[in-house]
Design a protein around this ligand. Structure first.
Ligand code: AMP
Length: 122
């Protein structure tokens, strides 16, 4: 059977990366998570209600929400996460644009995480 793909801006997302779907939403694991469990969430109503586009710091032009599980001490100063997101995303954009030096996770690694997360929604 042929795999199903989801669209995330210009990228094709293999169904194995997607661990949750509903009529109006879906969630997927991250190609380059900033912290363990950093996932992306999409909901049909969000673009009407939320900041969207490059002005909101997006590098992938498709409305999405980041969910980053936090742990005490993961960043020395709690709010440094926001600088880290900014830096990482810019770095990622440059690397994806140049398509070199990529340290993406493999589909297998992402599929394994998605399998674990999918169990939470059974
Ligand atoms: P933003 O800069 O807010 O648009 O965030 C884009 C996010 O998408 C980053 O966290 C990337 O690691 C993630 N990302 C980019 N391409 C993919 C992909 N093909 N599969 C999963 N996550 C991706």
């Amino acid at each position: 059977m042929e795999a199903e793909y989801y669209t995330f801006g210009p990228y094709k997302i293999h169904e194995k990366e997607v661990f949750y779907t509903s009529q109006l939403s879906y969630a997927l694991v991250n190609l380059r998570p900033l912290l363990p469990g950093h996932i992306l969430f999409f909901q049909d109503i969000s673009h009407q209600l939320m900041e969207d586009g490059p002005q909101a710091g997006q590098t992938v032009p498709h409305m999405h929400v980041h969910i980053l599980p936090r742990k005490g001490g993961d960043f020395e100063k709690n709010d440094e996460i926001y600088d880290a997101i900014d830096m990482k995303e810019k770095e990622l954009k440059n690397k994806l644009d140049l398509d070199k030096d990529r340290k993406d996770r493999s589909l297998e690694e992402m599929a394994q995480e998605a399998d674990e997360l999918r169990k939470l929604f059974l």
